[in-house]
Design a protein around this ligand. Structure first.
Ligand SMILES: C[S@@+](CC[C@H](N)C(=O)[O-])C[C@H]1O[C@@H](n2cnc3c(N)ncnc32)[C@H](O)[C@@H]1O
Length: 247
């Protein structure tokens, strides 16, 4: 039967912690597979922030989610996933992009409880995840159920495999993710030591997670130890106020 894949394990850990009405983050939306998964978990009253530095990735994610809307099931009928003025659809242009100012398009989240703290499910953000704190609404700070990172390059990108996640911005983003999580929330990072640049990044993430004070969170490793080049998962659960001290 074999073990769950690293992506499957990441989704399982997230699924145990994210529920309808919650707020979650896809830190590397790529083709939108994880974004789709997260949107399905939080439903029409939740919020999914999806970041990528490549417009092509945002387009693919937008198309994937829009196609699902046509499926007509559940929240997809209610969730508006198109650009522009549609209520609840947010998109932020990359502030670092020449000539582009950071601006939210779409309705700002309402303040209040878990159910009210949303303005629609999907907010596509054209920016580095190292700036995620600038794009998450005040209502969701410290309330995020899960942040998923799937590092490396955009699958299927022909010209742009040169665009990969980088250790410095990844570590910065992981630190921000921890501040945005609710107690008991989770960060998952799928690491790819087998591609150029991936080993350095994986080792940086592993070192950061290993050094994370236990009062901040509990870090785990999910890895096929006989295959050092295979992708692996690091997950960090933010310390819950009620959690017992770790041994
Ligand atoms: C392995 S892919 C993600 C796959 C995606 N989760 C999916 O389900 O298809 C990695 C993505 O990270 C993006 N990326 C690279 N650096 C980034 C950064 N600093 N901030 C956000 N996204 C970044 C790449 O453009 C690429 O689309």
């Amino acid at each position: 039967m074999g073990f769950l894949s690293v992506l499957g394990m990441a989704q399982r850990l997230v699924k145990e912690r994210a529920a309808p009405g919650g707020a979650v983050i896809d830190a590397t939306c790529g083709n939108g597979v994880d974004t789709q998964f997260l949107a399905g978990l939080v439903g029409p009253r939740g919020a999914v922030y999806a970041f990528d530095i490549q417009e092509a990735a945002l387009e693919r994610t937008r198309a994937r989610l829009a196609a699902l809307e046509l499926g007509g099931a559940g929240w997809r009928r209610n969730a508006s996933l198109t650009d522009g003025e549609a209520p609840g659809v947010g998109e932020t242009r990359n502030a670092a992009e020449p000539g582009a100012a950071a601006s939210e398009v779409g309705r700002a989240p309402q303040r209040g409880g878990r159910e009210a703290a949303n303005g629609g499910p999907l907010r596509l953000v054209h920016a580095s995840h190292a700036e995620m704190d600038k794009h998450v609404s005040d209502a969701h700070r410290g309330m995020i159920d899960a942040v998923m990172f799937n590092l490396g390059y955009l699958p299927g990108a022909n010209r742009d495999q040169a665009v990969i996640t980088e250790p410095a911005s990844t570590i910065a983003a992981l630190k921000l993710a921890m501040t945005l999580l609710r107690p008991g929330g989770i960060v998952t990072a799928v690491l790819y030591p087998g591609h150029p640049g991936g080993l350095e990044e994986a080792e940086a993430v592993a070192a950061w997670a290993s050094a994370l004070p236990q009062v901040e969170g509990q870090a785990m490793l999910y890895r096929l130890v006989q295959k050092p080049e295979a992708p692996y998962l690091i997950a960090i659960e933010k310390k819950s106020a009620a959690a017992k001290p770790l041994i």
